[in-house]
Design a protein around this ligand. Structure first.
Ligand code: AMP
Ligand code: MG
Length: 517
């Protein structure tokens, strides 16, 4: 039987595994020798439930709460049930290629672990007030970024991507001041809290920080926890156990990057404090999707200049980040060489995962002899504005004979000129040859299961944010209902599967996102 949220038992698995910061004050500070600090959520004025994920509730055995009342009080941080030990984790990270030192949970507060029908999960509030890691910031989150995180984490799950989950979205009833364009014009926005759920929220940066300080006991305690709680099959967290864990993570990261790229997802801020040691997608901020195929697309305005986290570079950044983690784990292994040997296998692992993803998208198994065909596809995709997802969805419908181009019409932002029609015509002739051996119907079915129609594209989510800000409390769950079935035709919602509309082309929140959240 599902239990009300305020009656759930919140365990302290993470807290017991790592030393606690003895300082109990709420002030920002440097924290050494500890994996976490005590951090009570700051109560909010008028919490109200905006959205709830039934699937995540079922994993935890948690009952959907009323719009207001004791359940929502837990999700807002207004009520801390007996036995709960809320905390903020201590971690560091490399941000945009530079070592940034201590960061930590500045606006995430862990409530502890809940064991339900789906297993044991950490539950965390994002935006529940300041912690010792908030530095000069407020520990809060605005509604727009919270809607984005809630919807995208659930959408990613339904797309088959390893990810942290979202249980609930709560309005705080309090304004948050934000300077969205970083131009000195801060304005009040509605505040919100997302309840996130994952087996673990440990990041590469949790290991990097103690390593940077030469704190081997803390490093070992972290490895004991991650391996003990999440990789019991590995056994002890000795040198060999750490290598096994790292090999698994390297494989998972290689596959995750291939999956993101196949779906046209750009995370936006792949700093090492935003990479999960379980290979989950974590920390949804200024992410974006390839509405228009552009390998250099980066949705994050902070990253425009360098494009460090652009679509095509994500695989290489996963590699770079794994190298940082390898350095951090070196004291536990005794030497760098075996860790580096594992990282050296990453490009091949990623390459294999990427070929598998592309094969599924294209409807045939790519062989080395297909390189020219694949290259020409990327070339033609880049020749005029073409929607990455709708291209593959259309490709599945290209008939065996007759004019192939009408099937792709939805993907083109402007009708292709004669030269491009010729180019696609030639490419599609080769594609037809390559797929000729298989019957059309099963091939189309397999392709449609790899190529989604419904994504939390920035313009789709932006519409939902504006409806929610305008007082439509049901907007987020209505969109979630569509995103639950990303691969299925949903005629009533067909508009949401379409190309990015013109109004969204240069609109903040759609084409470009700042980190202000
Ligand atoms: P991010 O790039 O969003 O993953 O955040 C990087 C660091 O900044 C993390 O330590 C966050 O906890 C912290 N941070 C981001 N926004 C806030 C905020 N509004 N209040 C406190 N800390 C924040
Ligand atoms: Mg982060």
């Amino acid at each position: 039987m599902p239990a009300p949220l305020h009656e759930l038992h919140f365990g302290t698995r993470f807290q017991r595994a790592l030393p606690v910061d003895p300082d109990v004050s709420p002030w920002a500070r440097e924290v050494r020798g500890a994996g976490w600090s005590r951090a009570a959520p700051t109560p909010v004025r008028a919490p109200r439930l905006l959205a709830w994920s039934d699937e995540v509730g079922a994993l935890l055995g948690a009952e959907r709460p009323e719009a207001t009342g004791p359940g929502v009080e837990v999700l807002a941080g207004n009520r801390v049930p007996a036995g709960m030990e809320p905390f903020a984790a201590c971690y560091g990270g490399h941000q945009f290629g530079q070592w940034a030192g201590q960061l930590g949970d500045g606006r995430a507060i862990g409530l502890g672990d809940v064991t339900g029908p789906g297993g044991t999960f950490e539950v965390q509030l994002k935006g529940a007030g300041p912690t010792p890691y908030s530095r000069r910031a407020d520990g809060r989150a605005v509604l727009r970024s919270s809607v984005r995180e809630f919807l995208c984490s659930e959408a990613m799950f339904h797309l088959g991507v390893p990810t942290t989950r979202a249980l609930a979205l709560v309005l705080t009833g309090e304004p948050v001041m934000r300077d969205m364009f970083y131009d000195g014009n801060a304005a009040p926005e509605p505040g919100a809290i997302v309840t996130r759920v994952a087996p673990s929220f440990v990041r590469f940066g949790n290991f990097e920080l103690p390593a940077s300080r030469g704190d081997v006991p803390l490093l070992q305690a972290l490895a004991n926890h991650v391996i003990g709680a999440h990789h019991p099959e590995v056994g002890k967290a000795d040198a060999d156990g750490v290598l096994q864990f790292f090999r698994l993570l390297s494989e998972r990261t290689a596959r995750l990057m291939a999956r993101w790229m196949a779906l046209g997802f750009v995370h936006g801020v792949m700093n090492t404090d935003n990479l999960s040691v379980l290979g989950l997608t974590i920390d949804y901020g200024p992410y974006g999707w390839l509405d228009v195929f552009d390998p250099d697309f980066t949705p994050n305005t902070t990253d425009y200049q360098e494009g460090r986290y652009r679509w095509r570079q994500q695989a290489a950044i996963g590699h770079w980040n794994l190298l940082r983690l390898a350095r951090a784990l070196t004291p536990l292994v005794g030497s760098a060489a075996p860790l580096e040997a594992i990282v050296a296998e990453y490009p091949a692992l990623h390459g294999a995962a990427w070929r598998k993803e592309l094969s599924a998208k294209l409807g045939f198994t790519i062989q080395p002899s297909d390189d020219a065909l694949v290259m020409e596809m990327f070339g033609a995709l880049g020749a005029a504005e073409t929607d990455w997802s709708l291209f593959f969805r259309g490709l599945a419908n290209v008939p065996r004979t007759g004019d192939p181009l009408p099937a792709l019409a939805e993907a083109f932002y402007a009708p292709p000129n004669a030269e491009l029609c010729r180019r696609w015509g030639a490419w599609l002739a080769s594609w037809r040859l390559r797929t000729a051996a298989e019957a059309e119907a099963p091939r189309r079915e397999r392709m449609n299961a790899a190529n989604p129609l419904f994504l939390p594209r920035n313009w789709v989510v932006q519409e939902c944010i504006e409806a929610t800000e305008g007082g439509d409390d049901g907007a987020v769950e209505r969109l979630l209902a569509v995103l639950r079935h990303p691969f299925d035709e949903q005629p009533d919602s067909a508009r949401l599967a379409g190309r990015r509309p013109d109004w969204a082309r240069n609109k903040p929140g759609c084409s470009a996102l700042s980190c202000s959240s």
